[in-house]
Design a protein around this ligand. Structure first.
Ligand SMILES: Cc1cc2nc3c(=O)[nH]c(=O)nc-3n(C[C@H](O)[C@H](O)[C@H](O)COP(=O)(O)OP(=O)(O)OC[C@H]3O[C@@H](n4cnc5c(N)ncnc54)[C@H](O)[C@@H]3O)c2cc1C
Length: 299
């Protein structure tokens, strides 16, 4: 028989997770589908379930300077508790635009009122819509257990479809977004319809342009990430560095654009599945990359 726990403090939750094997349940929007048996029947769980949706200390979004003793941590950032729902993230003034836009494209309002970003991350789907924006923002995850806390870059945490670095007895308690100053945003999700659609692919971008004395722009930072076109999000800092420092007017030159698109064409290797074909995903990703470059060419 499966036992269900609903702790009200993080300490109680971690004590429970420390003993035995449990399924951690946040919003349950992935779990209820994964464990469904057949229409009209309750889902079936084979391990004890720990609901983490009643833990008040995980339901906040705060801006904070971080403690100096955190290994490899950043100095200051936005802390998003694991119990914060997607709807709360979508509306919160501290959340960067690119993340707000990508979260707003997940499913429909009723689901976003229940689902969490922590669940979206830990489910580690290649099509998880919050991930490309979080990769671009250099997000980090805080993992807690009775042994203490550890923190790592999100892109190190997500290993493969459905696989993360989460250890037994641990839970994700916070996502940390380091402070950044990247005011130009690009986000586009391709699905079968404009709203409430599963992702065929998505492209997210961030940039900063500085104007010189002549009024001409130069890219001081430029980033792009692709979702649902590989086992995990595709982002290449090496390719991004080739564009940083370039004048924005160069992004209107077909030869330069073709070179950039050609380099990304090599690293975007999608698969065919029930949502789309590899060929469509590959071409649509490159078309959106061109659109992102063209948007910046007039800055
Ligand atoms: C109809 C429908 C439409 C959807 N549309 C989209 C969409 O457009 N885009 C998209 O990206 N996703 C979509 N999803 C997937 C899902 O809603 C999201 O991934 C959601 O963010 C999951 O959050 P949750 O809180 O419900 O996770 P849960 O279902 O509670 O958990 C998901 C996984 O994460 C683990 N987990 C949860 N919280 C923690 C934690 N704090 N620490 C460690 N592990 C944890 C759970 O054990 C489980 O393995 C859709 C799902 C449905 C049913």
């Amino acid at each position: 028989m499966v036992t269900v726990y609903r702790p009200e403090t993080l300490e109680q939750a971690l004590d429970k997770l420390a003993v035995g094997d449990h399924t951690l349940f946040s919003g349950g929007t992935d779990l209820m589908v994964r464990h469904s048996v057949r229409p009209g029947m309750s889902p079936s769980f084979c391990r004890d379930v720990v609901f983490v949706d009643a833990i008040d200390e995980l339901k906040h979004i705060t801006q904070a300077s971080l403690e100096p003793d955190r290994d490899g941590g950043v100095d200051s950032g936005i802390f998003i508790g694991a119990g914060v729902t997607l709807s709360e993230i979508e509306c919160h003034p501290l959340i960067p635009d690119v993340l707000r836009q990508s979260v707003a494209k997940i499913a429909a309002p009723a689901l976003r009122n229940r689902a969490t970003m922590a669940g979206n991350i830990c489910n580690a789907s290649p099509a998880a819509d919050s991930l490309p924006a979080l990769y671009l923002l250099d997000a980090r995850v805080v993992l807690s257990s009775v042994q203490g806390q550890r923190e790592m870059a999100l892109e190190d945490f997500v290993l493969a479809p459905g696989l993360t670095q989460l250890r037994q007895g641990e839970m994700l308690t916070h996502v940390v977004i380091p402070q950044s100053d990247l005011p130009i945003t690009f986000y586009h999700k391709v699905g079968t319809r404009a709203a409430n659609a599963l992702t065929k692919l998505s492209v997210a971008g961030l940039a900063k342009v500085k104007k010189g004395r002549t009024g001409k722009g130069k890219l001081v930072d430029w980033r792009v990430a692709f979702g649902a076109v590989g086992p995990t999000v595709v982002r290449s800092r090496e390719l991004e560095s080739l564009l940083i420092g370039q004048p924005t007017e160069k992004l209107a030159k077909p030869r330069f654009v073709n070179e950039v698109v050609g380099m990304y064409s090599e690293i975007i290797r999608p698969i065919d599945d029930q949502r789309s074909t590899a060929e469509y995903r590959h071409q649509a990703s490159l078309n959106l990359l061109q659109r992102w470059l063209s948007q910046l060419s007039v800055q």
